[in-house]
Design a protein around this ligand. Structure first.
Ligand code: CA2
Length: 144
């Protein structure tokens, strides 16, 4: 089972500011956590991060026929990007949406998720653990 984990803009800045919202661990810690979680579950994982919407769309398109599942935190593009939603729909790879923070308790502009409309599951507010839950969910989901 091959899973692509995609992170959107500013996730590479984790740990630098707003520890109360995103925790104090940095992006390298997140990558280590994802890779270790995947290894424990026997999942082959590749991680990708970009600050650019079109690059995220390109990566989703390139996943077609290569990956069995996608775990995606589109970050700010969650709330704006119909292009990412369309790309997820186009490839139709089972995708799980993850947010480190509890977006439901934050600003109004964070209450819409376009990408989430193409995802089979969402985890929000669990910190890094949301990514592990996403991998576990896909493992079970893809068995069926
Ligand atoms: O909670 C999440 O995972 C988010 O996707 C994170 C995004 C935010 O725009 C979404 O609404 C929710 C932000 C990514 C990281 O932004 C930083 C902000 C300050 C310092 C470091 C990172």
């Amino acid at each position: 089972m091959k899973v692509l984990v995609i992170n959107g803009p500013n996730i590479n800045m984790l740990g630098i500011r707003e520890p109360a919202v995103y925790g104090s661990q940095n992006f390298q810690d997140l990558l280590k956590f994802i890779e270790q979680s995947a290894a424990e579950e026997g999942i082959s994982v590749d991680c990708y991060q970009s600050n650019h919407e079109g690059d995220l769309v390109d990566k989703i398109q390139a996943a077609y026929g290569v990956y069995d599942g996608i775990v995606i935190n589109p970050a700010a593009y969650t709330h704006t990007s119909v292009a990412i939603l369309d790309a997820l729909k186009a490839v139709a790879i089972p995708a799980v949406e993850v947010h480190i923070s509890k977006v439901s308790e934050r600003e109004d502009f964070r209450q819409i998720s376009y990408a989430g409309k193409a995802c089979v599951k969402t985890y929000a507010g669990l910190g890094f653990e949301g990514y592990r839950q996403g991998l576990l969910f896909l493992k079970e989901y893809l068995k069926k």
